[in-house]
Design a protein around this ligand. Structure first.
Ligand code: 13P
Length: 248
């Protein structure tokens, strides 16, 4: 049975103090939930978030990793380093990584394999631009991102994969996909999973929506049949807003 998951992607935000305060606040205000709640802070704050959330139901994710396990890659962080910190997840293929750092599907395929080889679970993001949506190319765009970045994996690896659908035109813009648009794409992703890996894998894989998700629209988005939770950016920087989304 697939899990419902809500991820706080803090991106490059928060000071050390704000980070630890926000994490403690989320922990102290969180009601018991059967959903998986994940916090993805900057690399610098991973240690402290791992320590604060130890013995809690909150899991911790990194926002990226390098594709190699070690070596002369100045400034980079490997999946094995992240696994050593006790992390559960790494986010890969976020549209900001694809756009600002030129990460393409073939590089992401390597990162995905590297992360899984170190025992991390992967939140693999995909999404289309507004132009691609307007021209009707959005479904094919997502299929390509899945095929080239993820579908090299064997079926048994898919239990460690969560898919994040983040329409680029909705990320950080205040514009949210309608629940119908989100459902259409999530159903499309599930059908691509089914074509590749069969109905059981498709049924058991969590597919999260991201893109200007807020306390006021989360309930309707999460009520869609194929939406299993959310990847939250801006609204995850406020404990009350984030928890309202978790409770939605
Ligand atoms: P916003 O919620 O700020 O649109 O960001 C979404 C996102 O990128 C989460 O990974």
């Amino acid at each position: 049975m697939r899990k419902q998951i809500v991820v706080a992607n803090w991106k490059m935000n928060n000071s050390p103090t704000q980070s630890s305060q926000l994490c403690s606040l989320i922990l102290s205000k969180m009601r018991p939930t059967d959903k998986e709640v994940i916090i993805a802070p900057s690399y610098l704050y991973l240690n402290s978030v791992v320590a604060t959330t130890q013995n809690s139901i909150i899991k911790v994710a990194a926002q990226n990793c390098h594709q190699e396990i070690s070596g002369a890659y100045t400034g980079e962080v490997s999946a094995s380093m992240l696994a050593d910190l006790g992390l559960d997840y790494v986010i890969l293929g976020h549209s900001e990584r694809r756009y600002y750092y030129g990460e393409d599907n073939s590089l992401l395929a390597k990162k995905v394999s590297s992360a899984l080889s170190q025992g991390l679970k992967v939140i693999y993001c995909c999404g289309e631009t507004l132009d691609q949506r307007i021209s009707g190319a959005h479904l094919d765009r997502i299929t390509k991102q899945l095929t080239e970045g993820l579908f090299h994996l064997p079926a048994k690896a898919m239990k460690n994969i969560v898919i994040g659908y983040e329409p680029i035109w909705a990320v950080g813009t205040g514009i949210t996909a309608t629940s119908a648009q989100a459902q259409e794409m999530h159903a499309h992703i599930r059908s691509a999973l089914s074509d590749k890996y069969g109905a059981d894998v498709a049924h058991d894989t969590s597919i999260l929506y991201g893109g200007s998700c807020t306390p006021s629209n989360a309930k309707e988005l999460f009520a869609q049949k194929d939406v299993d939770g959310g990847l939250i950016g801006g609204a995850s920087l406020n404990a009350d807003d984030f928890l309202a989304i978790v409770n939605a």
